[in-house]
Ligand binder design. Structure first.
Ligand code: PMP
Length: 286
């Protein structure tokens, strides 16, 4: 495997950043994960738009032009022979002697890109059986709209899910309303077939898959309501599902100990998953 590290393509096993990279010391950086399907990047434009927004919120410079970044992403995908999988990119504020304030403006932001193959069958399998989730209090900071590499609460929540033998943890706020999953957005389907997902203010990450799914729903004539919903409402919902670049649409068939619907993936989530890639943008290879 090959990784891109600050201007060089290097063997993945030897890819490394400096000990004083601010990403390593302060989680002072942002990232994106983009799906690769048939060798094409899915919704690249939207992922780069969100990257630029995350960088701007943290006042980190974009280390290269969008076009140049596009070339690097494709080159990493190509060198790793990825047909179906993921490309990961991370930009940190760069390498500087450890000190909390921003380093001098000449400090170059650090860019790392990796890619890996993930056979479609892996996620297709969970989509066919559906997944279970547990619920946990959301104890993250209030700027989770920024896609930072500071993911410790997400890591602990995901591990709690794994310890419970399930795929994902749904987080809930002080009012008992679901915010999102530890690495996915959360959705329910009401009795009348309406999709419900939390408004993307500062309390959740505005998932690209979430945005595209709203277009898919409009195309299929499925109503979408952006509003808060509680854990209790979710447990009584007709269907539930998660969205994210790695999982696209994956049905949730159990929340804590409550079986959702008849315990099998719902028809709405299944239809949305099937239709997703007709609405997603397939970025040109070059
Ligand atoms: N919420 C969180 C906390 C995430 O980490 C992710 C995936 N990075 C998502 C939602 C889904 O976002 P996307 O659809 O852009 O992958």
């Amino acid at each position: 495997r090959i990784a891109y590290v600050n201007g060089r393509y290097v063997r993945h096993a030897e890819a490394a950043v400096h000990v004083e990279d601010r990403g390593y010391q302060f989680a002072d950086g942002v990232y994106e994960v983009c799906e690769i399907r048939d060798g094409f990047l899915t919704d690249e434009r939207r992922h780069i738009d969100r990257l630029i927004r995350s960088l701007a919120e943290l006042r980190i410079r974009m280390p290269m032009s969008r076009a140049a970044l596009g070339v690097v992403l494709r080159e990493v995908v190509r060198r790793n022979h990825v047909r179906d999988g993921l490309v990961y990119l991370q930009i940190t504020r760069g390498v500087a002697p450890r000190n909390h304030p921003f380093p001098s403006p000449e400090t170059e932001p650090a860019l790392v890109v990796t890619a890996k193959s993930v056979p479609r069958s892996v996620h297709d399998h969970s989509a066919e059986t559906g997944i279970a989730v547990i619920t946990l209090p959301d104890n993250r900071w209030d700027r989770v709209d920024i896609k930072t590499v500071g993911l410790l609460p997400n890591v602990l929540a995901k591990q709690a899910a794994r310890d419970a033998g399930v795929y994902e943890a749904w987080l809930y706020d002080a009012d008992g309303n679901v915010t999102e999953g530890s690495s996915t957005n959360a959705w329910i389907v009401t009795a009348d077939g309406t999709l419900v997902t939390r408004p993307a203010e500062h309390g959740i990450l505005r998932g690209i898959t979430r945005t595209v799914l709203m277009e898919v729903a409009a195309r299929l004539g499925v109503k979408v309501e952006e509003r808060k919903f509680s854990v209790e409402e979710a447990k009584r919902a007709r269907e539930a599902f998660i969205t994210g670049a790695t999982t696209i649409v994956t049905p949730v068939v159990k929340i804590d100990d409550q079986v959702i619907g008849n315990g099998a993936p719902g028809s709405v989530a299944t239809a949305l998953r099937k239709a997703f890639h007709d609405s997603a943008e397939r970025a040109p290879r070059w």
